[in-house]
Write a protein that binds this ligand. Structure first.
Ligand SMILES: [Zn+2]
Length: 501
């Protein structure tokens, strides 16, 4: 083991950066006063990166970063939808509890804003002297949904190409340094989100064989500026639906899926190159070793694995995301942490790494001790798709199985991930694990609705935040298979549609 201290830099022992700004020799958390660069690559599934086993050379820069970072092999999103997943990342609350979901102007749907008593990581860091800035990709990361909270007036969200996003984030990190405060920069990009139209160099390299339908559309739209590319996803020029990128996707065949998947790889490789440029710039300026750098995604992406495209279901390709955390000085570099973890665990992890106390509402578990042992506690992950009122799905996933609740159809499915990792055949009726897994999911969701109601009551002027003794009891029960019937399900939740009545 290398020495914890360097000569003349005793302050490191206390977790404070040296006067010259270096922090190269501290090897173990916490890192009080370190900066934080939290990067969300929207729609990036874990299994498309080399460091997660992919073999197409999409991610040389992230792979190199992973070697000096802690990599979580089983990180899952709490939602396949952008707004819900990001707010879970920001608050350490499940989608049901923070209540923020995707908006759709096209479908006339809006989302509630985050209630004031759900605190975000930006608010907590702001209160602790951090210089915060957000550079997000527009779409479903909007200030009025609550995402701007804690960023003071340094919140930007616009459909920018990853190159511009990286430049802006580097500017912001420089500004924080000039201000003499530790930075928290949240950076989000839709670069790998559909429509996949990578720069020509990446298109040629990763997607040289166009399919008939998407090939023609790529030829039509590849030269559009990034913000205009987004606008042709569901409507073509002149509002013509039939010219949209995704038009007729329900009938796309395997050949279209293969080409879409290749284009997606091209976008990943382009994004990786830009992130590599960013990391090198931070390394050269000496900023990197005073930062905790996190690479994560809000959800994955489907290419017909379950009959669909994009990200609207609760299978592995929709939920398994990368999570790479580079600690100051590359501490614990090369560590792989196995075991289940989810986006709600990231806020408590980062706050513990920075030695900052988080709000008592946080539902996730800090993964700092897992970084030291190499294993999480393996707690099953709850994910929710809360898109439209009355259209709700939720899942509970561990390393061996997944169970999915479809509220609208009052149906449960279950998959044996050891025998059927592709989740192709529901064994709900026959597998021994189904009933206890479903009971655990029902119980977890019941707890989430209870927590939501408790927070809503407080937000409306009630005096009790959360009944902690009740929560502890529920927490304990959550690890007991079987009966959750003693829990009173609030009226009007998707659980009313649980198939066992
Ligand atoms: Zn997203």
């Amino acid at each position: 083991m290398k020495s914890l201290l360097t000569a003349g830099c005793l302050a490191l022992f206390l977790g404070v950066a040296c006067s010259d700004g270096s922090r190269t020799s501290q090897e173990a958390p916490p890192f009080p006063g370190a900066g934080l660069l939290l990067i969300s690559i929207d729609t990036l599934r874990a299994d498309r990166l080399g460091c997660y086993g992919y073999d197409r050379g999409t991610s040389p820069n992230l792979d190199a970063l992973a070697e000096e970072s802690v990599l979580f092999t089983e990180m899952y999103s709490n939602s396949p939808k952008t707004a819900s997943a990001h707010m879970s990342l920001f608050t350490s609350l499940l989608p049901t509890v923070h209540k923020v979901r995707n908006q759709s102007k096209r479908l006339g749907l809006s989302t509630p804003a985050l209630a004031k008593n759900r605190l975000t990581i930006a608010q907590i860091l702001n209160r602790n002297g951090y210089w915060n800035a957000c550079i997000a990709g527009g779409g479903n990361i909007q200030p009025d949904m609550g995402f701007a909270r804690g960023f003071r007036n340094r919140f930007e969200s616009a459909l920018w190409d990853i190159k511009r996003v990286v430049d802006r984030a580097l500017d912001r990190l420089d500004q924080a340094q000039e201000a003499g405060q530790p930075p928290f920069v949240f950076m989000h990009t839709y670069q790998v989100h559909g429509p996949y139209l990578p720069p020509s160099e990446y298109e040629k390299r990763f997607a040289p064989s166009p399919s008939p339908l998407i090939g023609a559309r790529v030829a039509l739209y590849r030269d559009l500026p990034f913000n205009k590319q987004w606008s042709i996803m569901n409507r073509g020029p002149g509002n013509d639906e039939t010219k949209a990128y995704w038009y007729g996707k329900e009938n796309f065949d395997e050949n279209e899926a293969r080409y879409l998947s290749d284009l997606y790889d091209g976008e990943i490789a382009y994004t990786d190159a830009q992130l590599g440029r960013m990391i090198e710039s931070l390394r050269e300026s000496g900023q990197l070793d005073n930062l905790i750098v996190v690479i994560v995604a809000d959800h994955g992406e489907e290419f017909l694995e379950h009959g669909d495209f994009e990200h609207d279901q609760l299978f592995s390709e929709h939920l398994h995301v990368p999570c790479i955390i580079r600690l100051p000085g590359g501490a614990l570099g090369g560590t792989e942490v196995t075991g289940m973890a989810s986006l709600i665990d990231i806020m408590p992890t980062l706050l513990e790494l920075l030695d900052i106390e988080g709000p008592p509402t946080m539902a996730g578990t800090s993964l700092v001790s897992a970084m030291m042992t190499g294993h999480t506690d393996g707690k099953p992950v709850v994910s929710e798709r809360v898109m439209f009122p009355g259209d709700y799905k939720a899942s509970l996933r561990n390393e061996n199985s997944s169970v999915i609740f479809h509220a609208t159809e009052a149906r449960l499915d279950a998959y044996n991930l050891i025998e059927d990792p592709g989740e192709t055949i529901s064994v709900f009726e026959t597998a021994d694990f189904s009933a206890p897994a479903a009971a655990k999911l029902k119980h977890s969701l019941g707890q989430a609705f209870h927590n939501r109601d408790a927070l809503d009551k407080e937000d409306a002027g009630g005096s009790i935040v959360v009944d902690e003794s009740r929560l502890e009891e529920l927490q304990a029960l959550g690890y007991v298979d079987g009966d959750a019937s003693d829990f009173e399900i609030p009226e009007g939740t998707p659980l009313d549609h649980w198939p066992d009545g």
